[in-house]
Structure formats: C-alpha cells, structure tokens
Design a protein around this ligand. Sequence first.
Ligand code: SAM
Ligand code: DTB
Ligand code: SF4
Length: 334
Amino acid sequence: MTLIDLKPELSKQIHSKHDWSLPEIKSLLEKSLMDLLWEAQIVHRKANPGYKVQLSSLLSVKTGGCQEDCAYCPQSIHSSSDVSAKPDHLEVDQVLSQAKAAKDSGADRFCMGWAWREIRDGHHFDSMLKMVRGVRELGLEACVTAGMLTDAQAFRLAEAGLTAYNHNLDTSPENYDQIISTRTFQERIETLERVRSAGIAVCCGGIIGMGESIKDRASLLQVLANMNPHPESVPINALVAVEGTPLENLSAVDPMEMVRMVATARILMPFSRVRLSAGREQLGEEAQILCFLAGADSIFYGDSLLTTANPAISADRALLAKAGVKVNWDLYER
Ligand code: SAM
Ligand code: DTB
Ligand code: SF4
C-alpha cells in the first residue's frame, strides 16, 4: 500500500507515477534551477502539508573489514583507509545507550550499520534483532543497513519490529561496474524485493560526485522512481572522498548539484522522505537550506555518520531554526 492509497484525497492534487522516462528525468535535472525549485516546491507543499524534517541518527555497530570493493567506501578491505580492518562489534547495551542518547537529543529514527556483504545467522544476527527490539521499545523508528539478506532474515527483522532497511543502489545500472565489482546491481534489487515482501519499509538512494554523468544520475533516479511503491525514504549522498579509497582524489561535488538531485527526487517521488545524507559538511548552510526548499525532509542528525563526520547537533539545531524548518520537537524548548 502506498501513501497515496492512505491519503486518497492527495492523489487528486499530485501526480505520482511509476513510468518515468530517462529523457523526462534528465530534463528535470538540467532545468533552469529557478524553475526546478519552483516545481519541486509545488509538489512538496501539496504532498507533504505541515512539512517536518525527520531526524535520523546513525551508528556503526560493526565497522570496517567488509569484503565488498565499493570504490567510495573506507570500510572495504580493498581500501587502505584507517577503518578498513577493524572487526569490532558493539554490544547490545552499548548500542541501546547510544539510541537513548539520540532520542534525548531529539532523533526520530535510529539507523544502525554493519559493514557486511551479507547478514549471516548466528550470534551477531541475534544481537541485531535485540537491538531492533530495544530501539523500538525506546519509541524510536529503527533502521538497519547490513548488506544482502535472505527471505527468512527479512521476516525475522520484520517480526522484531524493524521500521526500515537501508540498501542503496548507489549509482546507475550502467555505471555500476565502475564503482563495485564484487556484486551486481541485480543482487541489490533482489535484496530490496525481499525487504519489501517482508513488510519492511525500503530506504534506498545513492551517491553523487563519483565521476558519473547526468545521464547516470537520471538513470539511478529512474530505477528508484519506477519502483512501485516508491522507496519510503531516498537518501541522497554526496561522496565523502576518504583517503585510502580509490575515489580519494575526486573533488567535492558542486553544492547546486545536490540541490538539483534533491529537487528532482522530490518531483519524481512526491511522498517519499528525501534524505539529505552524507556530504552535508561540504555543503554550507545556504546550500542545505536550498535543499530543504527543494524538498529534503530528512537529515542524518548527530556528530558522526558511520566513519566520517557530520555537522554537530548544535550546528544543526541552529540551521533548522534559521531556516524555520519544523521537526518533531520544539527547537526552542530544548
Ligand atoms: N554494507 C552495507 C551496504 O553496503 O548496504 C551497509 C553500510 S554502507 C556503508 C551504506 C551506504 O553508505 C552505502 O550504500 C553508500 O551509499 C553510503 N556510503 C558509504 N561510504 C560513503 C562515502 N564515502 N560517501 C558517501 N556515501 C557513502
Ligand atoms: C546512507 O545513504 N548514507 C549513510 C546511511 N545510508 C547508512 C551512510 C553514509 C556513510 C558516509 C561515509 C562514512 O561515514 O563512512
Ligand atoms: Fe561494504 Fe557497504 Fe562499504 Fe560496500 S558500502 S564496502 S558493502 S560496508
């Protein structure tokens, strides 16, 4: 069931579709920035009345030592980044105390990451289930990102109360083998189907700034926008070029490219949460505010992402207050 089924009155105002063509999407990405922002605002205001930004905190439960060779990722054993071979796992109580701290600072969702190619059954998966239950008991939404999974694992995660599973497509199907060679785009799609069949919300997006063309960005968005239903949340990441990864020397993406990507995602997927994700440290306040205007309605909130830095909580509170953006708690009471 999609949001449009739940709120049928909205379908009369907003055209939500699943058959976007590549030229349609490319022409949105290349539109005059003013016209693109205007169109994105119209869609956003109609689809998301009472606009509030969701605050999602991230924690790396298992850092580094991952067998996959994703070119952007410092946690891959194929990279020489500091974190690439740290097989530490946080324990359940450590994770839940971080979740409690995230809740106390105002987070809505707690997202936990494991640097795995795929989930294996056993002690670590049992701990993951306990973490999901504990996070839900705190009254937070729970999200997990841990690589590929089986039908049975997806079902057990759903049973534990998992709200969403994050599994990004990262780049276009055409560009995929330039970035990752240890798995296929199709394997990613199959995991997403398992997550959806288990009744867990799908969190799926990608990264820009990895040397891809505008056509690649359009093609990635086409796959996302033509899913039916659309992913419940769509993280848009800007590459954080980490030393030791094959992409370490790439220069930061132009902030307006993030604005364009967010605006286009909003137009294509009116009711999804579009999350302004990694790379906010490089964006500056003005570009982030333009991303909110373009329809971003979620951010990662907390001083760190998985292994890299994120803006400080105090800076984010100041930014949200400056933009007059509403969150689920009263900014001025905390
Ligand atoms: N191993 C699991 C997986 O790949 O799904 C979960 C963790 S993985 C770190 C989650 C996502 O983080 C990746 O799919 C990618 O989109 C994002 N990511 C990782 N490193 C990044 C970087 N340097 N810059 C931007 N996004 C990054
Ligand atoms: C997503 O799309 N971005 C987050 C989350 N989902 C798991 C991860 C960003 C990671 C950035 C690099 C790092 O901190 O290691
Ligand atoms: Fe492993 Fe995920 Fe990093 Fe790829 S993105 S190397 S799968 S942790």
